[in-house]
Design a protein around this ligand. Structure first.
Ligand SMILES: *Cc1c(COP(=O)(O)O)cnc(C)c1O
Length: 436
C-alpha cells in the first residue's frame, strides 16, 4: 500500500528559489510609470521596497539563494507534507490519483508565511523598522504580523473592512503577534478618506487597502511596504512549494498530469506550478496542464482583459501588464476574501496569454459543496480560497471517471478554513449566496 503522506527531512528544504523569468518563451512586458508610460527603473520602487526585493523583482537569474536565517525559520513547518487523498478518491469513485501539498500546516495556516519571512528578513537587513501592508481575508496580514515578530520588526495592517467585520479571529491573531490593525478604508490615509467621503459604507477591497498601505510606507522613512501576492518576487518565494512537491511526487513514483491551485493574485498557483512548468517550458513534459481556479465573482483570468492597469484602486502604483477586471472593480463580498483582487500576477497573465496554463471560474455554492466533501473525507477543513482548487479537482476527477483515464492530479491546499467557520455556517444554514 502506498503512503498516505510523503514527508521530506528538513535537510530537503530548498536552498534556492526558482525564477521562471529566464525560461519564458517570450519576455515579460515591463511595468510602466503611470505618468510617462515609460518602463520604470528601480528608483521608482525604492521609497516602498528594499533594494534586494527590487533586484529580485527584476532578476533574470535562473535561481536565487535563500538566506540561511530564512531557511532556519522555515524549519518550523517545512518541508510541508504531500498527501495522497485516498478517501476523497474513493468517495469520488475515480481512477484519478489525487495528491495535495499541504501549505495549511504553517503556523498561520497558509502559504503566505513563505514570502512574509523573506520580506521581513530582507527589510530588517536593510535597516527598515516597520512594514505596512494590506490584508483581505486576514491570511496575509497574519503571515506578515508573524514574520515581523519573528524577525523583530513592527507591523501595520490595513484590513479590508468586510473581513475586519467577518473575521475577528484573524484580527485577534495579528494583534497576538503584536501588529497594529485598522479597518480599510480608514481615516488614517488620504486614499482611505477619499473612499469614505464617496461611500461611507464601502465594504473595502484589496485595491483600496493597498493604496492605504503604500501611502503609509511612502510617507514614513522608517517604513516599507510588503505585498502578499502578484509581484514577481512574491511568486519567486513561493516556488519552494513546487520544488518540495516535485521531490515528493518522485518518491510517490508519479508525475502530475494536472496541477491545480486557486487564484487570487497568483502566488500559491505559481508557487506550486512554476517548478513543474519548467519541465513543460524545456519540452520534457509537454502534456502537463496547470489550471488556476478563480471565483466567478472575481473572474480576473477568465473574464478580465490583459492590459496595463494599476495594482491599487487609487491608481498610484506602476502600471502592470496583467489580466484585470479594472482597478475600480469592487467584487461581490464572497467568503473567499483572498481571491477578491481585480488583477492577476503579470507572470501568471503572461503564461495564460501564451497558452501555457489554463483558468476556470466557479461559483461560491458549488465550491463550498466540494469543500464539505473534502473535509468529510480528508479531515482538514479547507480555506474557502483553497476550496476553489478542490472544486476544480472534483470536476477533473469526475471527467477521469467518465473517460476511465488514470489521471494524476496534484493540487495546492493553500490554507485551512478554521478561521472561516462563519462562511461554513452560512453555507450549512442555507444562507449563502450560492450563485455569487
Ligand atoms: C491569499 C490566499 C490565496 C490567494 O492568493 P494567491 O496569491 O492567489 O495565492 C489563496 N489561498 C489562501 C489560503 C490564501 O490565504
Amino acid at each position: 500500500m502506498t503512503d498516505t503522506k510523503i514527508m521530506l527531512p528538513e535537510s530537503e528544504i530548498p536552498t534556492h528559489f526558482y525564477n521562471i523569468v529566464p525560461d519564458l518563451p517570450t519576455p515579460l512586458q515591463p511595468p510602466l510609470h503611470p505618468g510617462t508610460r515609460e518602463p520604470i527603473g528601480p528608483e521608482m520602487l525604492t521609497p516602498i521596497f528594499p533594494l534586494e526585493l527590487i533586484a529580485q523583482e527584476m532578476s533574470q537569474a535562473p535561481t536565487i539563494e535563500i538566506p540561511d536565517e530564512v531557511r532556519n525559520i522555515y524549519r518550523l513547518y517545512r518541508p510541508t507534507p504531500l498527501f495522497r487523498a485516498k478517501a476523497f478518491e474513493a468517495m469520488l469513485d475515480t481512477p484519478a490519483h489525487i495528491y495535495y501539498k499541504s501549505e495549511h500546516v504553517s503556523p498561520v495556516g497558509s502559504h503566505k508565511l513563505n514570502t512574509a519571512l523573506v520580506q521581513a528578513y530582507v527589510n530588517k537587513q536593510e535597516g527598515v523598522k516597520r512594514l505596512a501592508t494590506e490584508t483581505g481575508a486576514g491570511q496575509w496580514g497574519s503571515a506578515l504580523a508573524c514574520a515581523c515578530r519573528l524577525m523583530g520588526l513592527e507591523c501595520m495592517v490595513y484590513m479590508v473592512k468586510i473581513s475586519y467585520d467577518q473575521k475577528p479571529y484573524r484580527r485577534i491573531m495579528m494583534k497576538t503577534y503584536g501588529a497594529d490593525v485598522v479597518a480599510s478604508p480608514s481615516k488614517l490615509t488620504e486614499a482611505g478618506r477619499r473612499v469614505l467621503a464617496e461611500s461611507p459604507d464601502s465594504p473595502g477591497s484589496l485595491g483600496i487597502a493597498i493604496s492605504e498601505a503604500v501611502e503609509d510606507a511612502a510617507k514614513r522613512d522608517d517604513t516599507k511596504y510588503a505585498l502578499g501576492s502578484v509581484l514577481n518576487h512574491v511568486l519567486l518565494h513561493q516556488t519552494i512549494i513546487g520544488q518540495e512537491a516535485k521531490k515528493q511526487m518522485e518518491i510517490a513514483g508519479e508525475y502530475p498530469d494536472l496541477i491545480i491551485a486557486c487564484h487570487g493574485g497568483g502566488s500559491n498557483f505559481a508557487g506550486l506550478a512554476f517548478p513543474f512548468l519548467k519541465d513543460k517550458l524545456n519540452g520534457s513534459r509537454k502534456k502537463l496542464r496547470a489550471i488556476a481556479a478563480e471565483p466567478a465573482a472575481c473572474a480576473t483570468l477568465t473574464a478580465g482583459t490583459r492590459e496595463y492597469d494599476f495594482g491599487d484602486s487609487a491608481g498610484t502604483t506602476p502600471l502592470m501588464m496583467m489580466h484585470t477586471l479594472g482597478h475600480g472593480f469592487v467584487p461581490a463580498p464572497v467568503h473567499a476574501g483572498g481571491l477578491r483582487y481585480h488583477g492577476s500576477a503579470p507572470l501568471v497573465s503572461h503564461l495564460l496569454a501564451a497558452g501555457l496554463i489554463e483558468a476556470e471560474a466557479y461559483m461560491q455554492g458549488e465550491v463550498f459543496e466540494s469543500a464539505l466533501k473534502f473535509a468529510r473525507c480528508e479531515g482538514t477543513i479547507p480555506a474557502p480560497e483553497s476550496a476553489h482548487a478542490i472544486h476544480s479537482v472534483v470536476q477533473h476527477a469526475l471527467k477521469a471517471r467518465a473517460s476511465n483515464e488514470p489521471t494524476v492530479i496534484l493540487f495546492n491546499l493553500s490554507g485551512h478554513g478554521i478561521f472561516d467557520l462563519s462562511a461554513y455556517e452560512s453555507f450549512l444554514s442555507g444562507k449563502m449566496a450560492m450563485t455569487a
